[in-house]
Write a protein of this length. Structure first.
Length: 542
């Protein structure tokens, strides 16, 4: 948990995900320009000449130093050594660029993010080398950060088992690198880390990795197989962009990446149309990746218990989405996740308050319902997050889920409803997505599940709901389809006729409904004639 917390803090720094941040104010201290945000110092510039070794202070004006900004020490051309203190988590883009005399660098164990080209034009820096990799670290761990490949022509690299981070663009453009195995010690993969590795076919990402940076594997033209460690909780924008050969694990409308134990760990993309505007996330999914559903024709989505992270821009401008339920398992909702959802009327939070990062609801007006009996729902948490949010407490209704597959030969105009015994109208209507239906928060009791579809014989199932989730697969056949092969032909006519004559026994009551082609609730020769006329093309059943 400590390691996960540290990595998530690094992600906060790297991607601007600081919840409820106070404005930063520029300050000066002993030759350093710096800002303080939420009680933490980011060094933005060195304003003095240092001839020799610079020991960056761990504390400035009583605040801990946690970040070095982009370009902060660039052009310090007399700098020979630099000691970065424990507590610094992030080193920005070209932070030490053009430090031509720089030789010795100490990177503490706390650093979990290094931007691109941190040591640009610093050819004298002494690296610790191991099997085609160049590392920086400290006396305790010389291999803490894998900064760069030995050269762009390497075909392999065995990463040191003590490595914690892979810096941004560390292997960018290594066009002969065919495979990479990232050990369990690594917790973060930087932006563009393996971008443009054209020959790479396989990537195994270890169990320790929590964060994969933006464009990390972009344009790996030959990449076909990726295994994600089970602890991955952040996948940066377009991390696998232009990897046209990459094999995803498909479930309904979604494409996922994961591992052998859980192929559906991260939802990477999904495709919708006006005919199929609903999605049920796989029950094993932990992460909705960056921008995964943005601008989609999404009208309904079911997020199941077990989901933990909703990343940045996940539902950005999903203008057809009217309501959504956030499971109690969700721990974080990140920046602009629901920006511009113009028709989002209702958001229901089922558990403890998640961490909200930045303007989660920017330009969105909605009503958010929360359970006051759960933890974390304080005034500080219940804010607008860039939108116009009305927070309303509610008493949760005890219930469970009913779900399963819905098999029918056509997709449109299908319906599944739950009718409580004795009710005059449906108690619940299912969300149906690409062959799966779902009811949430169904109260205990006895029900009839009624399934129907155009051209199909309606079907009913008894359902008793108690305290456990129910999985019930539903299948509807065409009227006239006696064999269940989704076709109506001479075989169906023969089976129906044999049943009417008494020479073929049919015990399945639903199959008998499929014989009733006239719809008069009687099975006789008229039904056989109707089916036969359809088979001959003389008189269609529809």
């Amino acid at each position: 948990m400590k390691r996960l917390f540290s990595v998530l803090l690094a992600a906060v720094l790297c991607f601007g995900l600081i919840p409820w941040s106070m404005p930063a104010k520029a300050e000066q201290w002993d030759g350093f320009s710096y800002t303080v945000t939420n009680g933490e110092v980011t060094i933005t510039k060195l304003n003095k000449t240092v001839n020799g070794t610079l020991e960056i202070p761990a504390v400035i004006d009583g605040y801990p130093v946690t970040a070095i900004a982009d370009y902060a020490f660039q052009n310090s051309d007399l700098l020979v050594g630099v000691v970065i203190p424990e507590g610094v988590r992030s080193i920005g883009y070209r932070a030490f660029a053009n430090c031509y005399t720089l030789v010795n660098v100490t990177i503490p164990n706390s650093v979990l993010y290094m931007g691109d080209e941190v040591f640009y034009h610093t050819s004298k820096v002494k690296y610790n080398e191991h099997d085609n990799g160049k590392y920086l670290g400290n006396e305790e761990n010389p291999y803490h950060a894998l900064v760069a490949a030995k050269d762009l022509n390497i075909a392999s690299c065995k990463i040191h088992p003590d490595t914690k981070i892979i810096a941004s663009a560390a292997f960018g453009g290594c066009q002969k690198l065919r495979r990479i195995i990232i050990p369990d010690s690594v917790v973060a993969i930087g932006d563009y880390a393996f971008s443009g590795c054209d020959a790479m076919e396989y990537a195994t990402i270890g169990e320790g990795v929590v964060e994969i940076g933006k464009n990390a594997f972009q344009s790996c033209d030959s990449l076909t197989d990726v295994s994600l460690g089970s602890n991955v909780r952040y996948v940066g924008t377009t991390a696998f962009n232009f990897c046209y050969k990459l094999k995803y694990n498909e479930y309904r409308l979604g494409k996922y990446l994961g591992n052998e134990q859980n192929p559906y760990l991260v939802l990477m993309s999904a495709t919708f149309s006006y005919l199929e505007p609903e999605l049920i996330i796989h029950p094993d999914t932990k992460v909705l990746s960056y921008g995964v559903l943005q601008f989609q024709h999404l009208e309904a989505v079911v997020l199941l218990e077990g989901l933990e992270i909703i990343q940045d821009y996940a539902f950005y401008h999903c203008n057809n989405l009217t309501q959504i339920t956030i499971p109690g398992s969700v721990k974080e909702i990140r920046r602009l996740a629901f920006e511009g959802c113009d028709n989002l009327e209702k958001v229901v939070f089922q558990g403890d308050a998640p961490a909200f990062y930045g303007d989660v609801f920017k330009d969105t007006t909605t009503t958010a319902y929360y359970d006051p009996n759960c933890q974390g729902w304080t005034e500080d948490v219940m804010q607008d997050y860039g939108g116009n949010i009305t927070w309303v407490p509610y008493e949760p209704v005890a219930g469970t889920t009913v779900s399963g597959s819905f098999t029918y030969f056509e997709e449109p105009n299908r319906s599944i409803e739950l009718w409580q015994e004795g009710a005059e109208e449906a108690s619940y209507k299912a969300v149906i997505s690409d062959g799966v239906y779902y009811f949430g928060n169904v109260s205990s009791g006895s029900y009839i599940l009624k399934a129907s579809a155009d051209r199909g014989a309606a079907r009913e199932y008894p359902v008793i709901v108690a305290d456990k989730a129910i999985v019930l697969d539903v299948k509807i056949q065409l009227v006239g389809d006696i064999t269940g092969d989704e076709k109506i032909n001479v075989s169906d006519t023969a089976k129906a006729y044999a049943y009417i004559r008494g020479t073929n026994r049919i015990t399945d009551e639903y199959v008998k409904l499929c014989i009733d082609a006239t719809g008069d609730e009687k099975l006789n020769v008229a039904d056989v004639a109707r089916i036969y006329a359809h088979v001959r093309g003389v008189n269609s059943l529809w």
